[in-house]
Ligand binder design. Sequence first.
Ligand code: 5RP
Length: 261
Amino acid sequence: MTGDLSPIDKAKYAAARRAADMVQDGMRVGLGTGSTAAWMVRRLGERVQDEGLRIKGVPTSTRTAQLARELGIEVVSLDQAGWLDLTIDGADEFDGDLNLIKGGGGAHLQEKIVATASDQMIVIADAGKEVETLGAFPLPVEVIPFGWQTTRTLIQEALDTMDVLGTSATLRMNGEAPFVTDEGNHILDLRLQRIGNPRQTALVLNQVPGVVENGLFIDICDKVVIGHGDGRVELRDINDGTFELDQLVDGGENLFSDLAD
Ligand code: 5RP
């Protein structure tokens, strides 16, 4: 029950709920991956059951696909949907230009494809994800398993010419074995500490043979919904420069009172 939810989880829930309530009947919606995105998918599932909301959901991972199906959301592939009205997803960091680091959950490859194929991307996050400069969170880079150590060396050589403070790159593990993405690849987590030029870094990383995709999302996100533990949500739109602040309430009751985990 929500009594057990931490303030950060309540903030994630508030952001997720506000964004899920922006989804309209008939939309084709990209469904992100991660704990914040899972709250959003649950809220959409509620709206499908309670309001008869009709949407087609394009999941960005097998985890999200399974959750969406369990909740009665119609799931289609990106190619079946063709183009999406909206993608809602979490992030590991966002800056003032709404550039992002994603991939903490290892799904940034599908997430980037789906968000790019959408009219709009809305990021949902707790306030702790906002940073002045990207890079404190390790930057995930998906690489093919073949020759991954050589790919790592080439990445580190490329980073020597970049405006970053570190070049350490570690293979993400899942217990004793390397983590494997939905596409059968591995992930290198780059501890850069500070990414002075995210656009250049993203372009250079994707030039390295063996790199499939990096977790920098540049000029992809349109809006961010920032949640707080007391139910306040901020909505920022980078395209029209607007800012709104709301307090989420649920029929006059505490927003979190009937949440089950
Ligand atoms: C998954 C992601 C997630 O959106 C990101 O890691 C944020 O996760 P959470 O909402 O659990 O904090 O990019 O690949």
